[in-house]
Design a protein. Structure first.
Length: 293
């Protein structure tokens, strides 16, 4: 594959998959006596067109759930990461240096200084990460959907329950990604920001986080792909995304292999599109960073 053009290399996985599907169809027909019923998903028949249209209706819910979950997961992950860094020396240096003068008391009372010295926040971070990273996603979805209304009396829609469950579990991974990215920023960057008179939160927002996000963009993109694929688990609580639509259609058509083959292709197309845009973002941020160097 080294002699292929970039476009052909990108298309190779899809071509291999289609070739495997054709081979599977041939083996099934010849050896097991299985007869494929592609007419139920054929774009050339009215019945197949209606079924394909029904399956495609799940795209909107899958994309909406993935984007909403990503936004919530990133927010939770960043907060948890900052809690974990509160007791670490590199993060503590973001707090203003306390001068031995009349302003000492005022600076000691600043929120940033207190946060940097409050090490129990690091324990909260570790507990959060270890607990939610250990819970299977499907179990979390079921517990949030059935458990929260029972425990709190708060009724959640299937969309909200799936979003909260997936985001909470995924935020444990996002927190570790953010922590690694923030700690990778050179100490000289913070010292330069401090010498320019930037306040601690300005250092974090204007100097540390932009560089950290540029470095962790690839793993964040991978997490978005992971969220999109794992959103299929929301079908167990009735959310009308891609997998749920396929399950419902299979109940009426009784052609699971054909329907789930289309489902595989739907996810393949969706993930390839997401990966394409993620790579474009990576190249854009990467070129910006190389130009600054």
């Amino acid at each position: 594959m080294h002699g292929l053009s970039p476009g052909m290399r990108r298309a190779a996985p899809a071509a291999l998959f289609l070739a495997a599907a054709v081979a599977l169809a041939g083996c099934a027909s010849d050896n097991s006596g299985f007869t494929w019923g592609w007419h139920v998903v054929s774009p050339y028949t009215p019945r197949g067109q209606n079924n394909l249209r029904f399956l495609a209706e799940g795209f909107g819910m899958t994309i909406a759930l993935s984007l909403a979950t990503l936004a919530l997961s990133l927010s939770l992950g960043l907060v948890v990461a900052l809690l974990g860094l509160s007791g670490w020396a590199p993060f503590a240096r973001l707090a203003p240096r306390i001068r031995r003068d009349a302003s000492r008391v005022e600076q000691e009372a600043s929120p940033m200084a207190r946060l940097a010295r409050w090490r129990p926040l690091g324990t909260v971070n570790r507990l959060y990460v270890e607990v939610f990273r250990s819970i299977p996603m499907l179990v979390m979805i079921l517990w949030v959907f059935y458990g929260i209304p029972t425990v709190t009396g708060l009724q959640l829609s299937v969309f909200s329950a799936a979003m909260i469950a997936i985001a909470v579990c995924d935020s444990a991974f996002e927190a570790e990604i953010f922590r690694g990215g923030i700690q990778s920023i050179d100490r000289g960057q913070r010292e330069a920001a401090r010498s320019m008179g930037l306040q601690p939160w300005q250092e974090l927002r204007l100097v540390v986080l932009p560089q950290a996000i540029r470095r962790i963009l690839p793993p964040l993109g991978n997490q978005f792909v992971y969220i999109t694929k794992i959103s299929s688990l929301a079908s167990v609580i009735g959310l009308g995304e891609l997998t749920r639509k396929a399950n419902e259609l299979n109940v009426t058509e009784f052609r699971p292999l054909e329907i789930y083959t289309v489902l595989v292709l739907e996810y393949l197309v969706l993930i390839l599109v997401i990966s394409f845009f993620v790579r474009r973002l990576e190249r854009r941020f990467g070129s910006d960073e190389s130009q600054r160097r």
